[in-house]
Each structure stands twice: as C-alpha cells, then as structure tokens.
Design a protein around this ligand. Structure first.
Ligand code: SAH
Length: 248
C-alpha cells in the first residue's frame, strides 16, 4: 500500500507536505493553546512534523496515520531526532475510517480531506475520535480569486472550479455543518513557495542520480513545466489554510 510514486519523489525532502513553514506550524500550535498532555490524532500525517514539533514545543502526544511508507519512516526518524518517540506513534496505513480507541483533544486532517470523502465526511470521521469540547483541524485549499476558466483551475491542479470555495464560503460551510471556526492560520505566497519551489531542487537532484529510472521522463517533464505553471496558476489563485473547529 502506498501513494503514487511521484509524491514520494517530489516531496521526499519535505518535512511539511503543505504550503506551511515551520513558523506557521508553530503559530498554529500556539494559537490552539495546547495543554501539556493533550492527545492529537493526525490523519494523513505525512512526515510527522506537526505531531513531533508540537510534542517537543507544547508537550502534546498522539498518533498519526499515513499511506506513504517513506513519509511514515521519516516521521518515526523525526520523532527519535526530537526526543519525542515515547509520545508520538506513526502508523503506515489507510486512514479512511480510522477512529482512536482513546478520545483525543485535537483531531486533525491537514491537507488530505479526500480521506473522509471531502471536508464534511472528514469532519464526521474526526469527530468520532474527539472528546467533548475538543478541536478539529482541517487543512484545505480555497480560491484566492475565482479562476476565470476551468483550464485555470486545472492549472492549479484542481479537478474543477467546483472543487474549492472562496475563503468566506469555506468558513461559512463549517457553520453549515454546525461548527464554530475558533482559529485559523493561512498560507501566504512565501509559504507556498517553500512547498512548491522545494520540489524543484528535489526533482533535479533525483534526476541526476536516477537518470536510468523508467520514471525519469515524467519527473523531467514535471520539473521543466513546474516553475512557470506554479507562478501562473497556483501562486495567484490558490489559498490554503488550517481551520480550527469546535462543535456548536
Ligand atoms: N498532513 C501532512 C501531510 C499532508 S500531504 C503535512 O501537512 O505535512 C497528504 C498526505 O496524505 C500524504 O502524506 C499522503 O501520503 C497521505 N495520504 C493520502 N491518502 C491517504 C490515505 N488514504 N490514508 C492515509 N494517508 C493518506
């Protein structure tokens, strides 16, 4: 079981697989006013940076599930490196339907809401693991400005314009699910650059050591097109944020 290989190549050097910097991740943890000992569930935990740094900085603990074998291994190494391996656990697997035995204070899905079949389904899934009064975290894209054409949406790697909402609409959608938005931290163009531009050097280095790989043609095509496409589309049209929600 694994995710498509292109992600394991282009994001192999990322600690955060989202348009967030370490500073924004720390800001989010501080904004949530985490108490030491708070348990955090993270569906689609990637390389574990959120669980590991929050355990180190805020004394939380928790469990992450991710379908990428590579990212899960990196998460375990990061936990050991930061001295929090006794408090955070990483499981390689499909997070669809995953519910914790022990309820958590924070239940998160940051940039992987397809796991629950969309934002609404993922909130419902996370709610099954959440203690009363706990916080749900949803990381999700939104349109900074509405793409004028479907081709522009596709340039942003969205399936269609309808895949995402404008920020006010996204915030309103949480209300319609009977959740208060109690905090948010948003990406900006600099943090988007850290996510997207970091892939380019990773791809270039991969190509240099894997020129004979059957996948090299695909990675080369991706690298050749990536910077211009990103500057034309994603950087101008796509926002991203993590939204903290509490049930009304
Ligand atoms: N939350 C992490 C990773 C976001 S990228 C971070 O912010 O760094 C999306 C992640 O979802 C990837 O790590 C990918 O491997 C994982 N993923 C995709 N489908 C999944 C599934 N069905 N179950 C668990 N993880 C999944």
């Amino acid at each position: 079981m694994d995710i498509p290989r292109i992600f394991n190549i282009t994001e192999s050097a990322h600690r955060i697989h989202n348009p967030f910097t370490p500073e924004k991740l720390a800001t989010l943890g501080a904004a949530l006013r985490l108490e030491p000992g708070t348990r955090v569930l993270d569906l689609g935990s990637g390389s574990g940076e959120m669980l590991c740094t929050w355990a180190r900085d805020y004394g939380s603990s928790g469990v992450g599930i991710d379908m990428s074998q590579l990212f899960t291994e990196q998460a375990k190494l990061r936990a050991a490196e930061l001295g929090v391996a006794d408090r955070v656990e990483f499981i390689h697997g499909d997070a669809a339907g995953y519910v914790t035995a022990e309820k958590v204070g924070v239940a998160a899905c940051v940039g992987a809401t397809w796991i629950g079949g969309g934002v609404g389904g993922t909130i419902a899934l996370l709610a099954k693991s959440l203690r009363a009064g706990g916080i749900i975290l949803i990381g999700e894209p939104y349109w900074l400005q509405l793409p004028p054409t479907e081709a522009v949406a596709k340039g942003c790697r969205a399936g269609s314009i309808a895949d995402f909402l404008l920020l006010p609409e996204l915030l309103a959608s949480f209300g319609k699910l009977d959740y208060d938005v109690v905090e948010m931290v948003l990406a900006d163009q600099d943090s988007w650059d850290r996510y997207e531009a970091a892939k380019w050097l990773t791809m270039r280095r991969w190509l240099e050591t894997n020129s004979d790989d059957a996948f090299a043609k695909e990675v080369r095509a991706e690298l050749t097109a990536a910077s211009e496409r990103y500057a034309t589309y994603t950087r101008e049209y796509l926002g991203w944020g993590v939204f903290a929600l509490m049930s009304r």
